[in-house]
Design a protein around this ligand. Structure first.
Ligand code: LLP
Length: 429
């Protein structure tokens, strides 16, 4: 649950806001975001990194986890930069007033028009994924007055992460340039030849939902060994280094989140060790947390719309949302828990299945959750719902996407309104 969640008079509150009152005002499904949780986690990241590595660090929020103008403004106000993976995310960052030198662009299949959009907007860094992207940028930027600063995304052949779909570090993964077959070395050679490009560093992201410190150390060691080789062969000096994001969060009561301080220490020590070994000056360290910054801050509120009794299985509790607003259970078998807003601590009866409303048998938001007997109309709250939910939402079945309300110290601010039927038809000609 969010840091500011509490139970007052048997009812669930977040940031001293009454959830039933919010549902009455904004309708359900409704997504809530606790500013205090995001602030606290951002401060922990910042303090832990500074303690472990010094001040030459940047934290870039991986905005694919959850992005809209309000969220971009919030993370900017906390001193964070932003990672974007498309021209669309970049446009949102611009609308939010995010300084573009604090924005980095990633992506393996980014269309040239979006690369150009980023360059023209004055984006701080482009993390180049592959040789074709590099060649295109070298050509495009050759005609420009100022060089574009870039990092190279390396496929270090080290994997970590909880599900095959979110493991990204293998040499065979679609992301990044492998070390062993010479692709990464070729990229350094081409980048150094390109007058329009300024190659400052290396990047890798080995997976999401990750707590594998050994894999992190291994990846950092491989990248620094490569940096050393490139310095010896081409006199190129690494001045920025990004080990990506990926720290795990706990979705279920029996799971353990990755510890921020251990994560920061692991990265800092591995970078120091590698740099001492190869006599490289310490580079600027950039991390890209997405999920771990916003997942716990988010709570999804649904209304119970009905029941179905199942002979020889768990009964269904129908709710008014599901895979349209949270695709993760159907896509990754992701697990969530839930509580009744008005009776969060009441003793549960037999476990139920929380059935999404969408026309797919696979749309079961939670396969098994112990809840008290819930009435039609009651509110169900699903915690740890801030990351990769709304950002992956669709209007499947013509169900408008939910609203998002930011909660902060007793204040509720609507930062993204619910989609309307008019929105659903806005593009139809
Ligand atoms: N940096 C890069 C280059 C990434 O590709 C990602 C996530 C991140 C940072 C942030 O990782 P995080 O800290 O959020 O784990 N939709 C999936 C997760 C996809 C992650 C994609 N890349 C899910 O719902 O689990």
């Amino acid at each position: 649950w969010p840091i500011s969640a509490s139970v007052v008079h048997e009812r669930l509150q977040i940031a001293s806001c009454d959830l039933a009152a919010l549902a009455a005002e904004y309708g359900t499904p409704l997504y809530l975001l606790d500013a205090e949780t995001i602030r606290t986690i951002a401060m922990r990241y910042s303090a832990a990194l500074r303690h472990a590595y010094g001040s030459n660090v940047s934290i870039h929020y991986a905005s694919k986890a959850l992005l809209n103008v309000g969220v971009a403004r919030l993370v900017h106000s906390l001193g964070l930069g932003l990672d974007v993976v498309s021209g669309g995310e970049l446009a949102i960052a611009q609308r939010a007033g995010m300084p573009l030198d604090h924005v980095h662009l990633h992506g393996n299949g980014t269309p040239p028009a979006e690369l150009a959009q980023a360059v023209e907007a004055g984006i701080g860094r482009i993390v180049v994924d592959n040789l074709d992207q590099l060649k295109w940028l070298a050509d495009y930027c050759a005609k420009r007055p100022t060089p574009q600063t870039i990092l190279l995304r390396i496929a270090p052949d080290v994997t970590a992460g909880a599900h095959a779909h979110i493991r990204t570090g293998a040499a065979s993964a679609k992301f990044g340039m492998p070390l062993d077959d010479g692709t990464a070395a070729e990229a350094v050679r081409l980048a150094l030849q390109a007058p329009g490009l300024n190659l400052v560093g290396l990047h890798a992201h080995i997976g999401s939902q990750m707590r594998d410190w050994a894999a992190l150390r291994e990846m950092i060691g491989r990248l620094l060994a490569f940096a050393d080789q490139q310095r010896r062969e081409r006199s190129w000096l690494l001045t920025e280094f990004s080990p990506g994001g990926g720290l795990a969060v706990a979705y279920m009561p029996n799971e353990q989140a990755g510890d921020i301080e251990t994560y920061a220490n692991t990265i800092a020590n591995a970078v120091r060790l590698g740099c001492e070994r190869y006599q490289i000056p310490l580079p600027r360290l950039i991390i890209e947390p997405g999920r771990s910054l916003v997942a716990r801050a988010g709570v999804a509120l649904y209304s119970v719309t009905g029941h179905k009794t199942v002979v020889g299985g768990s009964d269904y509790l129908h709710i008014d949302g599901g895979m349209g607003d949270n695709l993760r259970p159907s896509l990754y078998n992701a697990q969530y828990t839930a509580a009744l807003v008005a009776r969060p601590c009441a003793p549960p009866i037999a476990p139920v299945q929380l059935a999404g409303r969408f026309c797919e048998s696979g749309d079961v938001l939670i396969r098994e959750v112990a809840l008290p007997a819930a009435e039609v109309g009651e509110l169900v709250a699903v915690p740890v719902a801030g990351a990769y939910t709304l950002s992956m939402a669709s209007a499947y079945n013509g169900v408008p996407r939910p609203a998002l309300v930011l909660l902060d110290r007793g204040q509720a601010m609507l930062i993204q309104r619910r989609e309307t039927y008019a929105d659903l038809m806005a593009r139809d000609i």
